[in-house]
Design a protein around this ligand. Structure first.
Ligand code: CDP
Length: 224
């Protein structure tokens, strides 16, 4: 076993499938940096909407993206996207307007290319901050961003249960509609990558899901 293995863990799954809570818990347990890439797509969407750009106008999106400067704030164990040095507030990235628009912006190749390099670069950010790994969650992490990640997981859950989870968080979110858009797009669609471990969390509690993933990460650490 190597003394200082640095692990990359990819967690993908549909809307409200439990990725964020699971990834956050794993980050704390293993001292990994946590990257919630959905929040990056949401922040970018909020910024583009604020600049009056629509997803139906890719040329305007391209022009605005060329103007933007990205940075990262590491706060506790999470990596937050900064645009022009500012964080976009949680309320802004979870607004109804962003919920409705994010999958349309996320389907644009120019948006995905912009975030691809940024997301890959977070492995270096994690190393620089002395984390022992990176746990990144999203839709295309195990398929496109880190196809050779040390551990790749795919979380899914019954859609009715997922809508219930969002409602418990006080949010009305078109979970099924976002999944439909995310799964049917041409670029980096939401899919369970070949070789990823699929976990159905419909009847599992959060600690039970975390335990399942943690066991596999431990096994991988022992092999490193
Ligand atoms: O939290 P929730 O599961 O509702 O969604 P999210 O992870 O915040 O992601 C919001 C949206 O960003 C998704 O519906 C996708 O359209 C997009 N996304 C993506 O395309 N690729 C990723 N790696 C992460 C998010």
């Amino acid at each position: 076993m190597s003394l200082n293995p640095f692990l990359i863990v990819a967690i993908d799954g549909g809307a409200a499938s439990g990725k964020s809570s699971t990834a956050r818990a794993l980050a704390e347990r293993f001292h990994f940096l946590h990257a919630d890439t959905g929040s990056y797509y949401r922040a970018l969407t909020a910024e583009l909407l604020h600049r009056g750009v629509a997803a139906t106008d890719p040329a305007a999106v391209r022009a605005e993206l060329a103007e933007l400067h990205f940075g990262t704030e590491v706060f506790l164990s999470s990596a937050r996207l900064k645009i022009h040095g500012d964080k976009i507030s949680n309320a802004d990235i979870r607004s109804a307007a962003v919920n409705a628009a994010v999958s349309h912006f996320a389907a644009l190749p120019e948006v995905r290319v912009t975030l691809l390099a940024y997301q890959r670069g977070l492995a270096d950010v994690a190393r620089k901050h002395d984390f022992r790994g990176l746990v990144m969650e999203g839709r295309d992490i195990g398929s496109v961003i880190f196809p050779h990640a040390d551990c790749r997981f795919f979380l899914h859950a019954d859609p009715v249960e997922r809508v219930r989870r969002r409602a418990r968080e006080g949010q009305a979110d078109a979970v099924a509609e976002r999944d439909r858009l995310d799964s049917s797009r041409e670029n980096a669609p939401l899919t369970c990558p070949v070789g990823a471990v699929a976990i159905d969390s419909t009847h599992l509690s959060l600690p039970e899901v975390v335990e399942k993933l943690a066991r596999q990460i431990f096994a991988r650490l022992l092999k490193a």
